[in-house]
Design a protein around this ligand. Structure first.
Ligand SMILES: Cc1cc2nc3c(=O)[nH]c(=O)nc-3n(C[C@H](O)[C@H](O)[C@H](O)COP(=O)(O)OP(=O)(O)OC[C@H]3O[C@@H](n4cnc5c(N)ncnc54)[C@H](O)[C@@H]3O)c2cc1C
Length: 262
C-alpha cells in the first residue's frame, strides 16, 4: 500500500477528479502549429503578441527545433511554432482560437507544416484544494499561471516544494501530509502564482489600457518584467524606479485620458 500519492498528471488530472476538486476558476484553451521561419522572425527570441485587445490572451511565435530525421539528425534551421492562447471570461462566449490562428498565419504569410494541435489548460485558484490527507497535487494538476498559461518552471517549483514536504512529513511519520497548502503558499511557487492570478484583471480586463501605457512608458517596469520572467534577481532599486515611473504614467493618463499606446 502506498504511503502517499502525488498527482502530477497534468491538466486532465485523474487524481484531481478523484479527489472531487472543482475544475477551477480559470480555464484556457490554446492551439499551435509549426511553420517555416519567416524573414521577419527573430530566431533567438520568444515573441508574445498581445496586440489584439479583444483577445483575453495572446499569440506567440517561438523558435522550435526541426523534427529529428529518421537518422536522428536535426536540421540546423529551427522552425517557428505559432499559436494562440485564450483565457475564458466568466459568462463570455469563447473565441475560436483555431480561426484566430488561421487568420494570423494568413496575415503573417506563414505556412502551417501540419494540422493545428489544440489543448486545454487550467489556471490556478488559490482557494481550491491542493490535495487531501495523504495526497498532494503538483503542476498543472494543481494549476499554473493563468495569464500566459506558463507551467514548465512552475511544475518544477511545485515538484521541489512538494518533494521536500513529502520527505519531511514521512520522516516524522506523518502520512496525512498536513500543511501542504501553507507550505505552497509560503514558497516561491505560491507567491509567483498568487501574483500571476492577481495580474489577470490588470492584463486582460478593465485596467489593460493603463497597464499597456505603463509598460510602454516605463523602461524600469519592462526591465523588471523581463528579469522576473527570466528567473533573474529583481533588486529593490529597480522595483522602486518602476513604481515611480508607473505612478508618473498613471498621473499622465489621468490628465490626458487612458488612450491605448501603439
Ligand atoms: C500548446 C502549449 C504550449 C505551452 N507552452 C508553454 C511554454 O512555452 N512555457 C511554459 O512554461 N509552459 C507552457 N505550456 C504549459 C506547460 O506545458 C504545462 O504547464 C506543464 O507541462 C505542466 O507540467 P506537469 O508536469 O504538471 O504536466 P504535464 O507536462 O502535462 O505532465 C503530466 C504527465 O502525466 C501523464 N499522465 C496523465 N494521466 C496519467 C495517468 N492516468 N497515468 C499515468 N500518467 C498519466 C501524462 O502523460 C504526462 O506525461 C504550454 C502548454 C501548451 C498546451
Amino acid at each position: 500500500v502506498a504511503r502517499a500519492l502525488v498527482g502530477a498528471d497534468g491538466v486532465g488530472s485523474f487524481v484531481r477528479r478523484w479527489l472531487g476538486a472543482p475544475r477551477g476558476r480559470f480555464s484556457a484553451q490554446a492551439v499551435e502549429v509549426d511553420t517555416e521561419p519567416l524573414p521577419s522572425d527573430e530566431l533567438g527570441t520568444l515573441a508574445f503578441d498581445l496586440s489584439d485587445a479583444e483577445l483575453r490572451g495572446y499569440a506567440w511565435d517561438f523558435p522550435t527545433p526541426s523534427p529529428a530525421t529518421s537518422a536522428g539528425a536535426r536540421d540546423a534551421t529551427p522552425l517557428v511554432c505559432r499559436g494562440v492562447y485564450e483565457l475564458a471570461a466568466e459568462g463570455a462566449p469563447r473565441r475560436d482560437v483555431g480561426a484566430l490562428l488561421e487568420r494570423r498565419l494568413r496575415e503573417q504569410g506563414a505556412r502551417a507544416l501540419g494540422p493545428p494541435r489544440r489543448y486545454a489548460e487550467r489556471g490556478l485558484c488559490l482557494h481550491e484544494p491542493l490535495g487531501a490527507p495523504g495526497v498532494l497535487l503538483v503542476g498543472e494538476a494543481a494549476g499554473v499561471d493563468p495569464v500566459l498559461g506558463e507551467g514548465i518552471a512552475q511544475a518544477i517549483f511545485y515538484g521541489a516544494t512538494a518533494g521536500a514536504h513529502l520527505a519531511a512529513s514521512l520522516a516524522r511519520g506523518d502520512e496525512s501530509l498536513e500543511g501542504y497548502r501553507d507550505v505552497v503558499e509560503g514558497a516561491r511557487i505560491g507567491l509567483d502564482l498568487r501574483a500571476r492570478a492577481l495580474a489577470v484583471p490588470l492584463v486582460y480586463d478593465g485596467a489593460r489600457a493603463l497597464v499597456e501605457r505603463a509598460l510602454v512608458g516605463s523602461a524600469s517596469l519592462r526591465e523588471l518584467g523581463a528579469r522576473y520572467f527570466g528567473g533573474e534577481r529583481v533588486g529593490r532599486g529597480l522595483v522602486a524606479r518602476a513604481a515611480l515611473e508607473v505612478a508618473l504614467e498613471v498621473g499622465r493618463a489621468a490628465l490626458s485620458g487612458p488612450s491605448r499606446p501603439t
